[in-house]
Design a protein around this ligand. Structure first.
Ligand code: SAM
Length: 286
């Protein structure tokens, strides 16, 4: 098949599922990654023949897109905060709202030799961007998933930063290694699982069928499970005057602020994302 024919096949099969421009962009991302062909090659060489295994890989990607597999998982990578991250089904695709959380941490992060912990690190995106932008800081990340920790470690190496990763369950603080507990962090940041099980029905199939549920969901009757767990952990592991940054479910902004108040945090700030949704909280430990 020629490039032009493959693009046309993408539109025939995908335009009912995705926006026209989205299909264009999938096609260009794939030819760039698989054949290092820039976007303008469709104008320069529309009749370039893509055959054999090259054609197969493009048609396989088309099938995966038809089943609504996210393009980031098909490509096996994504960009976050201008950095390149490997991805697979063991980790969540980093979201734009998490870039906003990281921006907030970076704006407020002053001083050298800060010790920072990212709880529920997944692909390592938060920890690695912080490490890249704060070369003097000591950054650690933890996750319950061994596979996520493996991928985060690879991503740190791809991005040429030193981050210490730990495979551990934040909710079982008695099992946390002394290496973590003894650190006394200046900052703990977390984008924990916060989508309610009851919200599954409002979610797109491509998320439900592809992304790890343990990274996303909590039971409705334990919506604040991870916030409680991290606040408990922070009693020992966060310095006085240290900061806690959370990404949150927009439904629970006020409740999480109250929880922080009850736990003697001050300067509690609830912040909206670019869509005006309550999405992030920062608080200082008194
Ligand atoms: C919403 S994802 C965030 C991933 C990444 N930090 C990001 O922002 O894209 C939540 C992460 O928390 C991890 N997680 C779930 N339960 C955990 C637990 N009990 N202890 C530590 N990490 C946990 C999941 O494996 C997942 O990687």
């Amino acid at each position: 098949m020629t490039l032009k024919e493959i693009r046309s096949e993408y539109h025939i099969q995908l335009d009912d599922i995705y926006d026209f421009n989205e299909v264009e962009s999938f096609f260009y991302m794939l030819i760039e990654q698989y054949f290092q062909l820039p976007k303008y090659s469709i104008a320069l060489e529309p009749d370039k023949v893509i055959s054999g295994p090259d054609q197969t890989i493009m048609l396989e990607a088309l099938e995966e897109l038809k089943s609504q597999k996210p393009i980031q998982y098909i490509l096996g990578n994504t960009e976050f905060f201008g950095l390149h991250f490997k991805l697979n089904k063991d980790v969540l695709i980093p979201r734009p709202e998490t870039e906003e959380l990281v921006t907030w941490v970076l704006e407020e992060c002053q001083g050298m030799n800060l010790k920072i912990l990212d709880v529920g690190t997944g692909s390592g995106c938060i920890a690695i961007v912080l490490a890249k932008n704060l070369p003097e800081a000591q950054i650690s990340g933890l996750d319950i998933s061994r596979r996520a920790i493996g991928l985060a470690t690879e991503n740190a190496s791809i991005n040429d930063v030193g981050v210490r990763f730990f495979q551990t369950d934040i909710l079982l603080s008695e099992t946390l290694s002394e290496e973590i507990m003894d650190k006394e962090f200046d900052i703990i940041v977390s984008n924990p699982p916060y989508v309610l099980n009851s919200e599954k029905k409002e979610m797109r199939l491509n998320v439900l069928d592809n992304e790890p549920h343990s990274a996303l969901f909590v039971d409705d009757d334990r919506a604040l499970l991870f916030y409680n767990g991290i606040i408990e952990f922070a009693k020992k592991a966060l310095k006085v005057n240290g900061s806690l940054y959370f990404e949150i479910n927009e439904k629970f902004g006020q409740e999480i602020c109250n929880l922080l108040k009850e736990n003697k945090y001050s300067d509690i700030q609830l912040k909206q994302d670019i869509y005006g949704k309550d999405r992030m909280i920062r608080a200082i430990k008194s």
